[in-house]
Design a protein around this ligand. Structure first.
Ligand SMILES: Nc1nc2c(ncn2[C@@H]2O[C@H](COP(=O)(O)OP(=O)(O)OP(=O)(O)O)[C@@H](O)[C@H]2O)c(=O)[nH]1
Length: 355
């Protein structure tokens, strides 16, 4: 802790805060717009003076746009909006006292002003706003000589109905929208955490899950799958001679070749620096070797604008699931041995795991 406030501008957070201000503006417009009628029913019965009506009108229809302007133009829109929410509660407290605690609209005001605070800032924020509400309510109640008339007439109840129905629906709909957003963002995060940023293929994490899931599926369905391990030959030399940017282009080209051969049910992953894995579902050894040869040929034929003289090859090991591969780790080891043999054969070769 340096004790110095962090004043740096974060555009992503600023956009989030403005979105929050807009969301609250919509909720406030709806809540106060319908809440106006709940209070108006009581004011009508009390034969309230013109200035009280003017204040109610200002609170119901002028305060929402004013609060929006104040928050959206503030240096710290989020902080300003939280302050506006406290003001909402304080104003609500005033109206409860002005209504002499007429039970239906007063209870509605108290409940709605509590529910939206909890949904926005949790119980601690609710405690702050409830305190503000209680203070203004007590002050105005004292100024009005502790007037107390809790009975609600039918017209007052009817005038409260729009607020009673519309506002909770809006709060629920906003909460549902936020929950869906969280689910969507979690999916995106999961996708990102499983993707190799350089090649767009699945990363090692996903490969481990896919290999295990494939083994389970094969054991249950008595179907087979093939695993192809691909390693770029002398990749270190490519990096050393042409530079890492060209090395990256080679990695992307090999990944592009894998993208071209996979079907929806297959999985292509980058599982190491220059090592790739392909799981082919429902595929026998011959078909897997044919695909491995296609990959080997495609990489051999590849040319690179960044390094026209560069020729690149891959060594490939192939193994299918079978009695010897009772776990994903064993399947991997089996295929790795085949890949090692392909390297021993002089590289740019495809080798099959021995039974
Ligand atoms: N450009 C680039 N290079 C990487 C990346 N990740 C790992 N490498 C490099 O990949 C190289 C892998 O080299 P080795 O494992 O020695 O293998 P090799 O040179 O291909 O040798 P053989 O496999 O025996 O043919 C290392 O030099 C790593 O620095 C990457 O994301 N980009």
């Amino acid at each position: 802790m340096t004790g110095i406030a962090d004043t740096s501008f974060d555009p992503v957070r600023a956009t989030e805060h403005l979105r929050f201000v807009r969301r609250i503006y919509q909720m406030r417009t709806l809540g106060l717009g319908t809440g106006f009628f709940a209070v108006a029913g009581v004011l009508y019965e009390h034969d309230a003076s013109a200035w009280v009506w003017a204040l109610l009108f200002a609170n119901g229809y002028l305060w929402p746009p004013l609060a929006y302007l104040l928050a959206s133009r503030s240096v710290d829109p989020e902080y300003a909006e939280y302050r506006n929410l406290v003001i909402d509660s304080a104003l609500g407290g005033i109206w409860i006292a002005v209504m002499h605690f007429n039970v239906v609209p007063s209870a509605l005001l108290a409940v709605m002003l509590s529910a939206d605070k909890i949904s926005v800032g949790g119980w601690r924020f609710f405690a702050r706003t409830a305190t503000a509400q209680a203070l203004t309510c007590a002050t105005v109640w004292a100024l009005l000589g502790f007037a107390f008339a809790p009975d609600s007439s039918m017209p007052v109840i009817l005038a409260s109905l729009p607020f009673m129905f519309v506002y909770p629906m809006a709060i629920s709909s906003a909460a549902y929208g936020l929950a869906r957003k969280v689910v969507r963002q979690n999916k995106q995060l999961d996708q990102l955490s499983r993707t190799d940023p350089l090649t767009g293929l699945q990363n090692r994490l996903h490969w481990d899950d896919s290999a295990t899931a494939t083994m389970t599926y094969c054991a249950r369905s008595s179907k087979g799958a093939a695993l192809i391990l691909i390693d770029i030959d002398r990749f270190k030399e490519i990096n050393d001679f042409h530079g890492h940017l060209v090395g990256d282009a080679v990695l992307r080209r090999v990944a592009g070749t894998l993208h071209e051969v996979v079907r929806l049910t297959d999985t292509a992953s980058r599982i190491g620096g220059d090592e790739f894995a392909l799981i082919l579902m429902d595929t026998g050894l011959d078909a897997a070797v044919a695909i491995a040869e296609r990959i080997r040929n495609a990489v051999e034929d590849a040319r690179f604008d960044e390094a026209p003289a560069l020729r690149c090859t891959v060594s490939i090991g192939v193994a299918t699931t079978g009695p010897k591969t009772i776990s994903a780790a064993m399947w991997m080891r089996h295929t790795d041995t085949a890949l090692y043999r392909a390297k021993q054969l002089g590289r740019n070769a495809v080798a099959v795991a021995e039974d």
